[in-house]
Design a protein around this ligand. Structure first.
Ligand SMILES: [Zn+2]
Length: 377
């Protein structure tokens, strides 16, 4: 069920539709067709999705998603998180939505009296606690990294966070920065229901009882920004600037990037059709691969591999483990990587296991910029 939203930043319902998209996600138990309706508030410039799925459905969805594959490199830098956490060490620490965060939590043990991860994914924490059930005024440091963009009611979530914190407690937030959208493919993440600028986040948090104490680019993922807030009486809020034109330009820049990647996907289909009879390997079952396969009949001799065995039945064709198809990988005429962030680790793995190096016309990476930089995590 989808529900209309008004602007949580300024309360206005003067919204303009900018971008629509749909995609498919296979969870452990079912297939979800996600639809994204991105709007911008004309009164303040905050961008978000409306209508968006209701909270109960989102919780069901996240409970059933595949947890992060521990076999691939982390999508974030633990070192960068530690730099910030050191400044607020002591007391107790709670992370919300950390998914597979053992490595991260292993590194913060010495900084806090206790550290816990409250996670909705049932593959990690079967039937465990939710933030609604935590004791009020009991937390010293609360952190959530790339979580708030997935939340349908930001104010409700932040007010709950506020009630959990001790007076003077600290909330550490990282979210994708809309200002970077012209340089990435974040708009393709249909799960993202909010597209924050630093101003918009501060304004909403301020309405929920938080003062901004630190803001910077030093986020643990390359597409996000870091904001640190303190619970307490609101001292100041400098806002009021309408970011409508700025953020509209960012969304349009993001749409341009998507057009480019869709063009690349079309060109790739043509290339594969022309290579009829040659051996081709498609690597990683990601959103890019779903988009590539949509409405396209995969020729014979094209195989799909993914190191995550949970994905073996995710397509209408089999998904093999790379180790099962070493000979075919070694002999293939074209390798297509659909997970740009993991390009280096995949190429290293192939070299170690087959002795082959893929580059030039034998390699395509979907979701990269003009310099080969990954445009999505
Ligand atoms: Zn607004």
């Amino acid at each position: 069920m989808m529900e209309k939203r008004i602007c949580e930043c300024c309360g206005s319902s003067d919204l303009e539709s900018v971008f629509c998209d749909k995609t498919m996600v296979k969870t452990r138990a079912q297939i979800y067709r996600l639809e994204a309706f991105v709007v911008i508030c004309r009164n303040c410039g905050f961008c978000f999705n409306s209508p968006s799925p209701v909270k109960e459905e989102l919780m069901e969805y996240y409970a059933d998603c595949l947890s992060i594959n521990k076999a691939i490199p982390l999508a974030y830098s633990i070192e960068i998180r530690l730099e910030t956490l050191k400044k607020y060490a002591g007391g107790n620490f709670i992370e919300i939505g950390g998914n597979q965060s053992d490595k991260f939590h292993g590194r913060i043990k010495g900084l806090f009296i206790s550290a816990r991860n409250i996670e909705p994914n049932s593959e990690i924490a079967a039937g465990s606690e939710t933030i609604d059930k935590l004791e009020k005024n009991s937390v010293d440091v609360l952190a959530f990294y790339d979580v708030l963009e997935h939340v349908a009611d930001v104010g409700d979530f932040l007010r709950t966070c506020n009630s959990l914190l001790n007076d003077g407690g600290v909330m550490i937030v990282e979210v994708p920065n809309i200002k970077y959208y012209p340089k990435n493919l974040m708009l393709l993440s249909a799960e993202h229901l909010n597209h924050f600028s630093p101003c918009a986040l501060e304004r909403i948090a301020c309405r929920c009882g938080f003062n901004l104490i630190e803001i910077s680019h030093a986020a643990s993922r390359p597409f996000s920004f870091l904001a640190v807030f303190k619970k307490g009486k609101i001292k100041k809020y400098s806002g009021g600037y309408n970011e409508y034109l700025d953020n509209l330009a960012c969304l349009r820049g993001g749409v341009n990037q998507i057009d480019r990647v869709m063009l690349k996907i079309n060109n790739l289909r043509d290339k594969i059709n022309k290579l009829k009879g040659k051996k081709i390997v498609l690597w990683c079952v990601t959103d890019f691969l779903y988009r590539f396969l949509e409405g396209y009949k995969l020729p014979q001799d094209v195989i799909v591999v993914d190191s995550d065995s949970r994905k073996k039945d995710h397509l209408s064709v089999p998904v093999y483990q790379p180790a099962e198809k070493l000979d075919l990988i070694r002999q293939s005429d074209l390798l297509v990587i659909f997970s740009p962030r993991n390009k280096t680790s995949i190429l290293d793995w192939i070299f170690e296991n087959t002795g082959e190096e893929f580059n030039g016309k034998k390699l395509e990476v979907i979701g990269c910029g003009v310099y080969g930089e990954p445009l999505q995590v």
